[in-house]
Design a protein around this ligand. Structure first.
Ligand code: GRF
Length: 204
């Protein structure tokens, strides 16, 4: 099977990027190959993680662009130049517009630290604690123009403990993200996902 070229977009520390790189190194990412890392945040930890593995890493600071569309057009240009086929948002803290999405139909996925549709947007773990929910978790989903609203590919649940803080709950969820995201990227690269409206099925 020919390689599937993947770009990972990240704003932060990049532990999900690391999980993808580790899965690839272990042969657990199917034909997916991370060929590009892009961050909107200069100095983001994800950039150093990419460089440590020899993956090209770029910074495109969104503050240098007049609109979301202008930014997304620039990102689209970079990803096309890299012949990217699959885009993974791994802690990429920006809303992505159709300017980018339409160039990669059903090929942009995101990992979010809640059981969507509960607690979309920022600080999902804090939202979950404040609500008093007893189950938390994470979701990998296709990205559409909304905030964490796209069709769900995979989810994993974790318990909320009575003594949880935002940090302790986030760490428990993150461990599941690190398992779920590489598995979803592998399935997508292998062509094992079928979407019918909002419903995504795994076919083998
Ligand atoms: C993850 O919890 C992800 O779901 C959220 O931001 C966090 C990023 O963590 N969107 P990392 O940068 O991958 O370590």
């Amino acid at each position: 099977m020919s390689p599937v070229r993947v770009a990972v977009l990240a704003s932060g520390g990049g532990s999900n990027l690391q999980a993808l790189l580790d899965a690839e190194a272990a042969g657990a990412l199917g034909p997916a190959r991370v060929v590009r890392v892009l961050s909107n945040v200069p100095g983001a930890g994800a950039l150093a993680r990419a460089e440590a593995r020899g993956v090209p890493a770029a910074v495109m600071d969104h503050r240098g662009y007049p609109s979301r569309e202008a930014y997304d057009a620039a990102v689209r240009g970079l990803l096309r130049a890299d012949a990217v086929e699959l885009v993974v948002l791994a802690g990429f803290l920006r809303i992505v517009t159709p300017t980018l999405l339409d160039a990669f139909p059903d090929r942009v996925v995101n990992v979010h630290p809640s059981l969507l549709p509960a607690f979309p947007g920022l600080h999902a773990q804090a939202q979950c604690l404040a609500y008093g929910a007893k189950l938390a978790g994470c979701t990998v989903h296709f990205v559409d123009a909304g905030t964490d609203t796209g069709p769900i590919i995979a989810q994993a649940a974790v318990a909320v403990h009575d003594d949880d803080t935002e940090a302790s709950l986030s760490a428990r969820i993150l461990a599941e993200e690190h398992r779920l995201l590489p598995a979803a990227v592998r399935d997508l690269a292998l062509g094992r996902l079928r979407r019918d409206g909002r419903r995504v099925r795994r076919v083998v």
